[in-house]
Design a protein around this ligand. Sequence first.
Ligand code: PSZ
Length: 489
Amino acid sequence: MWARRVQGVFKNVGKTGSTRTATSLVPGEPSGPNIKTEVPGPRTKKLVADINAINQSGSVQLFVNYDKSIGNYLVDVDDNVFLDSFTQISSIPIGYNHPELLTVFNEDHRIRALINRPALGVYPSEEWPQKLKDVLLSVSPGLPQVMTMMCGSCSNENAYKALFMSYRAKERGENVDFSELEKTTCMINKEPGCPRLSLLSFHGAFHGRTMGTLATTHSKAVHKLDVPSLDWPIAHFPSYKYPLEENIKENQAEDQKCLAEVEDLFEQYKKKGVPVAGIVVEPIQSEGGDNEASPEFFQGLQKIAKKNSAGLLIDEVQTGCGPTGKMWCHEHFNLETPPDIVTFSKKMITGGYFHNMDMRPKQPYRIFNTWMGDPGKLFLLEAVLKVIKQQNLLVQVVKTGDKLKSGLLSIEKENPALLNSTRGRGTFLAINAVNTKTRDNILEKLKSKGVIVGGCGDHAIRLRPSLTFQEHHADILLDKFAQVIKEVK
Ligand code: PSZ
């Protein structure tokens, strides 16, 4: 089965470009992009019309051939080959059709785990506890507990509940049970069963689109319009001047201003009778424009949370699993203790969250749903983590990231009227265009030259390649980027 699956991929890739197995971490990759039609091509256009008749599909950019796509190359239904540095919104850890992943389900036992999908909270299989330890806890950022979930939004959604439950448990004190009044009032969404508590989030944040997480998402109006939401505190996330090394004082002052606002909001909401039970924050604000903040800022946030008996949730859905050069981005911050909760999804294949003992509800069924994750995803993640280790991919990320960042910086320096603020860690990088129109134009032109790059915020261009994106991929990307900038000038 292994040979058949991989051969199929090799054969198809051979048709779309010459293979370059010598230097690529994923065998069978083409040597570069190869665009044969206008982008989007006629087959994508036809399929977009088909699907749009069934549901609102205005967001679809390309229909993809997932049999032909390989490594860092995405092949569309018009046989165009793109160097993909956006990877399904940052969610392909080691490239398309990696041979280690193609063989994961060769064993009947694993197929059975897929077919007989358990309600994990009630009927897990014998191997599940060991899998959680061997796979997930092996990469935990110092937190002893883990829950699996379906996606990033539901990981955050459930983690928010854990923050509230833990806050109330602390208020009630040890061994105090729920009162009868709490039990009856919670059934009609009233106090004290449903207490007036809040979570503090940041302008520009993205934590998901479900009802609870949407209250903490503030990146684009279109996500939120028409949906009732909660009056919870929203603080400003630092907005830095670049280059960082030339603006140290200003940026330190920015950190202090934002931290003071956080403290102030804690006070305001306490006075309003809606105390803050937790802080929810991305280590790099992604959808909101790739806004980064200093280790000192995050250390300050943790101090404020602790002082107020609130939890600190770091949302690593987009930053987790290596793209910043460390497994977890917050490991760059030298926090005095791990955060109370770290949520993950995307490159981690399964959603979920790590947490400390405080965030563990005393009663069962309080954080629960039917599937609560999927054993099949853990088999895939196990293979991904093995490849990361064997191929030393976090070191690769740093090498590729250095090359990409210095390349972007030199293009920025040559084009100060068009580009600014190159930033980021590892390959989790971004650069700003002067305005939205120019940014969108750059992204379109890159795509038509066979390079997929993301946008975020009002005018940021962001890179989200897989962990197998190497220096030779960086060369191609930078070359096409420089060409496009010349055309846009
Ligand atoms: O428009 C969207 O719905 C998008 S575009 C990118 C995302 C969502 N990212 C998902 C995401 C995230 O980046 C962070 C930091 N937290 C939570 C989420 C939600 O994850 P999903 O999409 O899996 O529910």
